[in-house]
Design a protein around this ligand. Structure first.
Ligand SMILES: [Zn+2]
Length: 116
């Protein structure tokens, strides 16, 4: 565990520059198909209502799981809500993205509507 207050040192393992964002800052999420890199954006409050099982563009499944499995988007929404509520969350969660991350699917993410 690396203390967050410790200054970064060049050449050290912990000196790698990172991009971070807090879960409390997240207001919307993008669901991006790994097959065609198209997707849609939904605010965190609406994530629980996402029932979509297949990509609107290429029709590939968004999640490969048994049909009777719980909706993963709804589960994620419940956890985000619990961890964002000021009366329940006594910590914040920071997501860390390496600055040199390639993120190919994000770089080519296409924001469009089906049949465009
Ligand atoms: Zn797709």
């Amino acid at each position: 565990m690396v203390p967050l207050t410790k200054p970064e040192r060049d050449g050290d393992v912990v000196s790698r520059k990172l991009l971070g964002f807090l879960l409390s800052e997240v207001k919307a999420v993008r669901i991006i198909c790994k097959n065609c890199h198209c997707g849609f954006e939904v605010n965190t409050g609406g994530l629980a209502r996402v029932q979509q099982k297949a990509c609107s563009f290429c029709k590939n499944p968004l999640v490969d799981q048994p049909s009777d499995a719980p909706n993963p988007f709804s589960q994620l929404a419940q956890l985000i809500e619990l961890l964002q509520r000021s009366d329940t969350a006594k910590c914040d969660i920071e997501f860390v993205v390496p600055e040199d991350s390639d993120l190919p699917e994000r770089a080519s993410f296409a924001h469009k509507k089906p049949n465009e």
